[in-house]
Design a protein around this ligand. Structure first.
Ligand SMILES: [Zn+2]
Length: 316
């Protein structure tokens, strides 16, 4: 579905190109088919927090060391349960709060698990791809994964397909934040899976000096979580750590991926045009979201079942 930016069109003078400015969320959504937005190289869309090895590409550095937003800290599993049960604050409220206060390009939103103290990174680009992947599966264009939930707090996922390669991935989602768990609100923070796809591996091994450990919640993990959530009936998922894109958000990601052009400088000071990388698409989505209403872009769904409804609307 997502094809590269039609750079050829632009080079040959067929497309209409305007300059991306800081507040272009709405402009991107309204681009006609042959219109493009060019992101000038002086706009730093991949801002970094700290040092890095000089050999890495800017997108690679950003994925690891770029600015991010943190889901507000919760001190303990007990505090997560108290917020959820007594005040009614769940993970979906936390995502909405951080998105509404973000002001500029980010590599995604992060949080820390209680049990393993590892960081998790979730990106909008992966959450949209997850819904697209579910669309391919429920509409029969890709064979769905085999799933087995014999244990109530785990989901064994086998042969999770991919849209970008022919590989199939196996992993376990655990703990599942399900109804009969002793503390689903905390389980949502602790959810983990070890996918072996290129995005996840690239993330883990991008730098030998990186010691803290951070897991990327790749599109396969998010899609598997959505599929598992909708399948469970006896012990349903009641907390969801992922934002579920509405049709408008899916369209925004599509337009950013195919109708923006990144201007880059080569070593000799010359300029060249490139289609955005996944890291750049994520950064531009965060910039664009400053101008749009959260509730227009995302569902607020603790059970994650809306992922299937969102996927139904996608043409494959
Ligand atoms: Zn993956």
């Amino acid at each position: 579905m997502t094809e590269g930016v039609r750079l050829k069109d632009v080079r040959e003078g067929r497309g209409k190109v305007s300059l991306w400015s800081e507040d272009d969320g709405k402009t991107v959504l309204n681009l006609a088919v042959n219109e493009y937005l060019e992101v000038p190289s002086r706009l730093n869309i991949l801002p970094l927090t700290r040092g890095y090895l000089p050999g890495d590409s800017p997108s690679r550095k950003f994925l690891k060391y770029g600015l991010h937003v943190r889901i507000p800290d919760v001190e303990s599993r007990e505090e997560a349960a108290r917020h959820y049960e007594q005040i009614g604050i769940g993970f979906q409220d936390r995502i909405e709060a951080v998105v509404n206060t973000a002001a500029g390009p980010r590599r995604g939103y992060c949080w820390t698990g209680f049990r393993d103290r590892r960081h998790r990174l979730a990106r909008f680009v992966d959450m949209v791809e997850a819904v697209e992947l579910i669309a391919y599966i429920i509409k029969g264009k890709l064979a769905g994964p085999r799933m087995d939930d014999r244990e109530e707090d785990m989901q064994n996922v086998n042969d999770m397909p991919s849209r970008s390669d022919d590989d199939k991935y196996n992993f376990v989602l655990r703990p599942m934040p399900v109804k009969f768990s002793e503390n689903p609100a905390a389980d949502a923070f602790d959810l983990r899976a070890d996918c072996k796809c290129e995005d996840s591996q690239f993330h883990c091994e991008s730098n030998k000096r990186y010691v803290a450990g951070e897991d990327l919640m790749c599109a396969h993990i998010v899609a598997a979580f959505g599929l598992a959530s909708s399948k469970r009936s006896s012990n349903i998922v009641v907390q969801n750590p992922f934002a579920i894109p509405r049709e408008k958000m899916i369209r925004l990601k599509e337009k950013v991926a195919t109708q923006t052009i990144i201007m880059k400088k080569d070593r000799h000071g010359g300029a060249f045009r490139e289609a955005p990388t996944k890291a750049e698409v994520e950064a531009l989505l965060w910039i664009a979201m400053k101008e749009v209403n959260y509730m227009e872009m995302f569902y607020h769904d603790d059970t994650a079942k809306k992922m299937l409804e969102a996927a139904e609307c996608i043409k494959v």
